[in-house]
Ligand binder design. Structure first.
Ligand SMILES: Cc1cc2nc3c(=O)[nH]c(=O)nc-3n(C[C@H](O)[C@H](O)[C@H](O)COP(=O)(O)OP(=O)(O)OC[C@H]3O[C@@H](n4cnc5c(N)ncnc54)[C@H](O)[C@@H]3O)c2cc1C
Length: 364
């Protein structure tokens, strides 16, 4: 068993921010490790652009080894299989055990999957991204087949626009449980409906998928739709391993945390991003990124017995949705806009995020 002062689980958005700040010179003393299934972290904001052939894979992922080297954090390639909060003990997929004086959880979520029976169609969840991209690549090699995207939030819309904007003639349907982009301004919804219609995407709103059976989506309105391929972009569900962790969970299964980003009643366990549940903090990359600096400060403070900071979720977030053809749509505080300039702005913000986390490998 490996004992550490701090174990960082997952290279999510907040942990990337922690590593960046520590690489820049604010690292606390102690033995610190990061666990990640791969030596890189995908940046979700650029994935629709990757699918639309606007970016290459390397442009959309952050290499972890140089960032960890600069932050003096040991990178362990592995997948978390079990976490015991009481003992502060982590078991990885290869059986390796890690024990941390403090543990920080930034493992994101998993795709929410509708009930299934004898599924014969090809099903891909958007998370984990590596699996999704491998599946997507395989589909491309096998050739076109009728495809449905299930989901009505920003990720589902961006994927639908990215895939329908390619000159390959993909037959595509978008199936939303309620109205698309429910949390966003009506004007934005109308704009997106127009764009989807222009791209010949068959939009079906107020159609909840109750069951996936054989090659058919059975909908709440009694209709059945047959497809050969389905992408699930249905939002974040909690990871299964939280159920046996002993951590306090909300009614959905996410880890309940306090404003200091500690799991309730477990001061040695921190949880952030899509893994965590804090009133006012939605599950998206913006909140996960904003938690990063407070998490960095609080992990350092904990290791040095100093007082912790409070994280206050921002009331409004800016949402920028790539439109699949170089432009983007904006939603902020009830306002919406769209066009090429929004696309350039989104590109600039995405590039800035990537640049901040790109460190050159140290000389041997
Ligand atoms: C297509 C798409 C586009 C999106 N675009 C945006 C956007 O533009 N803006 C926005 O705010 N949000 C966006 N989102 C939502 C956003 O991706 C998530 O809310 C955000 O990634 C959550 O960040 P996180 O730090 O909690 O976890 P993540 O960024 O998901 O990171 C979790 C990390 O944990 C690792 N991990 C997972 N399980 C394990 C395990 N068992 N063991 C070890 N490591 C593990 C993963 O490899 C990953 O590196 C998008 C989502 C999708 C699907």
């Amino acid at each position: 068993m490996k004992s550490c002062d701090l174990v960082l689980l997952g290279a999510g958005h907040a942990h990337l921010g922690v590593l960046r700040l520590w690489a820049a010179g604010q690292r606390p003393p102690g033995r610190i490790v990061l666990v990640s299934p791969q030596p890189f972290a995908w940046y979700s904001g650029m994935l629709p652009g990757l699918l639309a052939w606007r970016y290459q894979p390397d442009e959309c992922r952050i290499a972890l080894e140089p960032l960890c080297q600069a932050a003096e954090v040991e990178l362990i390639e592995g997948t978390v299989e079990h976490f015991d909060a009481r003992q502060s003990l982590v078991r990885l997929g290869n059986g390796q055990l890690l024990k941390g004086r403090y543990v920080s959880l930034n493992l994101g979520g998993q795709t929410r999957v509708p009930p299934q029976r004898d599924v014969s169609l090809d099903l891909l969840g958007v998370k984990p991204f590596s699996q999704f991209l491998a599946g997507w690549q395989r589909w491309q090699q096998e050739g076109l087949k009728p495809l449905a995207i299930v989901g009505g939030g920003p990720a589902a819309i961006e994927l639908a626009l990215a895939l329908s904007n390619q000159p390959i003639g993909q037959e595509l349907a978008l199936i939303c449980q309620g109205e698309l982009l429910e949390q966003h301004p009506a004007a934005l919804r109308q704009k997106v409906r127009r764009l989807l219609a222009q791209q010949a995407v068959e939009l079906r709103e107020h159609c909840r998928v109750d069951l996936i059976e054989h090659n058919t989506l059975r909908l709440s309105n009694g209709r059945n739709l047959a497809f050969e391929r389905v992408i699930l972009a249905t939002g974040s569900a909690p990871l299964d391993c939280w159920q046996t962790s002993g951590l306090p969970l909300d009614k959905h299964g996410f880890i309940r945390i306090n404003p200091q980003l500690q799991a309730l009643n477990h001061k040695h366990v921190f949880a952030v991003g899509d893994s965590a549940s804090l009133p006012g903090a939605a599950h998206n990359g913006v909140y996960a990124v904003r938690m990063g600096p407070v998490l960095a400060a609080n992990l350092a403070a904990s290791l040095q017995d100093k007082p912790l900071q409070r994280y206050k979720p921002q009331a409004q977030t800016l949402a920028l949705l790539a439109d699949g053809s170089g432009g983007a749509l904006l939603s902020w505080h009830g306002l919406s806009a769209s066009g090429r300039w929004v696309g350039w702005w989104k590109h600039w913000l995405d590039q800035r995020f990537m640049q901040r986390h790109r460190w050159l490998p140290l000389e041997a």
